[in-house]
Design a protein. Structure first.
Length: 406
């Protein structure tokens, strides 16, 4: 026990990441990109275009539909919010038609709801959507965001190179810090490094960024979700080890409540994002969420696993064809665990899993209080050689939570 405590103490000192007091647990909120993309046609599609009205509506719904009470607090603007030109002083300007009151006013509105406002920029010469990028304007843009009352910045990497990013992303981290306003810093940097076939230096990235994307953008499909889970299962470069309070890998937005996933597949995304300690940033139309999806998004057991204060990122510990086993240690004493049996088959019958607890790494002889992960239903007190029986649907998951009661 003493050895374990000392080990943690030294790890904490050694792997200290960006220290701005933010993202102590994975950030939760809403972001426009996957669902609303670069829809700037407010004349023909006023309810769905990128505009101050959209963000105000979503802020209202986060509160009135109960999401805020569950911890969803960021309202994040994504690409296509700007004018195509900076102003005469070189400052960024929000699109004058679609954001007639400007971003500071919108931030005040979002804050009045007890929520936080995130914004999007790009390290390169342009954003991915072709709006002015931050290259040569990093300090000015950091100061602009601070003056508007922004709480989070996602900095994308289109129209730049990975060699420049080595300097640019740390520089923006410095300029954000210099403003004196704590702003959660989300870096797309490693996703571009991976895209070019290289292994990112995750320790370095964690010392400058709170969260970071490391794989392709999520799409509204099971193929996309499965690909992301496989990337995280491979854990190339051991990026899971860098996760912890202040620093999280970001497998991208939550699409539970959109069009592309079956109910089983939506359960998989929520369970796996909880086990991976992933940011929970929903990109869905909060005006129109099916009750079953809303119940998943607001599931207390899953959110508790996701928000565990230790911030350990769960890992794939077994892979046998389409059958995978993932575990995430919970709490500082390492004695609680969330685990998932995942069936990545596209068809066929459910897998019938029979697994003794010790194969999951649950070795306390006194046994564990075992509960089903989605419902909290008590299964029993199980000892290391006791067996868990689970039926796992195709493209489905069975999740359990084991608590050691000492
Ligand atoms: C440019 O900066 C000056 C001095 O701070 C200010 O008076 C002026 O209003 C700014 N112009 C624009 C277009 O914001
Ligand atoms: C700036 O960095 C220092 C040193 O890491 C930290 O103590 C401080 O909280 C940071 N401030 C902001 C606003 O991020
Ligand atoms: C995961 O690793 C396997 C085996 O090395 C590889 O075939 C697969 O492409 C990888 N998947 C992803 C998404 O990185
Ligand atoms: C990842 O960690 C494993 C041991 O857990 C080690 O063998 C491997 O070399 C590490 N890989 C990288 C790229 O750091």
């Amino acid at each position: 026990m003493i050895v374990r405590v000392l080990l943690f103490a030294s790890l904490c000192v050694m792997s200290r990441g960006l220290d701005n007091g933010l993202a102590l647990t994975p950030p939760m909120g809403w972001v426009s990109w996957e669902r609303y993309r670069c829809n700037i046609d407010c004349e023909n599609d006023p309810d769905n275009c990128i505009s101050e009205q959209l963000y105000m509506t979503m802020a209202d719904l986060l509160v009135s539909e109960g999401y805020k009470d569950k911890g969803y607090e960021y309202v994040n603007i994504d690409d296509c919010w700007m004018e195509k030109q900076r102003d005469a002083n070189g400052s960024l300007v929000a699109d004058r038609q679609r954001f007639p009151h400007g971003i500071k006013w919108l931030a005040d509105y979002v804050h009045s709801k007890g929520l936080k406002l995130g914004i999007y920029e790009d390290f390169g010469t342009f954003t991915c959507g072709g709006y002015p990028g931050s290259k040569f304007y990093l300090q000015e843009d950091a100061e602009t965001f601070a003056s508007w009352g922004v709480d989070m910045l996602k900095l994308d990497g289109c129209y730049s190179g990975i060699d420049d990013m080595e300097y640019g992303y740390p520089a923006m981290s410095f300029f954000l810090n210099q403003t004196g306003r704590p702003m959660l810093y989300s870096c797309s940097w490693p996703a571009y490094v991976v895209f070019y076939g290289k292994i990112p230096d995750y320790k370095k990235i964690a010392s400058y960024c709170n969260i970071w994307r490391n794989y392709a953008d999520i799409q509204d499909s099971w193929d996309s979700v499965r690909g992301i889970i496989e990337f995280y299962g491979n854990d190339t470069g051991n990026f899971s080890l860098v996760a912890g309070p202040g620093n999280y890998n970001d497998p991208d937005m939550i699409i539970v409540g959109d069009y592309g996933l079956s109910y089983d597949q939506q359960r998989v995304q929520m369970a796996m994002w909880a086990i991976m300690s992933a940011p929970l940033l929903m990109s869905i139309d909060l005006r129109n969420v099916k009750p079953e999806a809303k119940a998943l998004l607001q599931n207390d057991y899953l959110i508790r696993v996701n928000q565990d204060s230790h911030g350990t990122q769960g890992k794939r510990i077994m892979k046998n064809g389409a059958m995978e086993v993932w575990t995430k240690n919970l709490g500082f004493d390492d004695k609680g665990m969330a685990f998932a049996f995942l069936n990545l088959n596209d068809g066929g019958a459910p897998f019938e899993v029979r697994m003794p607890l010790y194969q999951l790494g649950l070795n306390e002889a006194e046994g564990y209080n075992m509960t089903e992960g989605f419902t909290g239903k008590f299964i029993g007190v199980l000892k290391p050689h006791d067996i868990i029986n689970a039926s796992v649907d195709p493209s489905g998951v069975w999740m359990g939570i084991a608590y050691f009661d000492c």
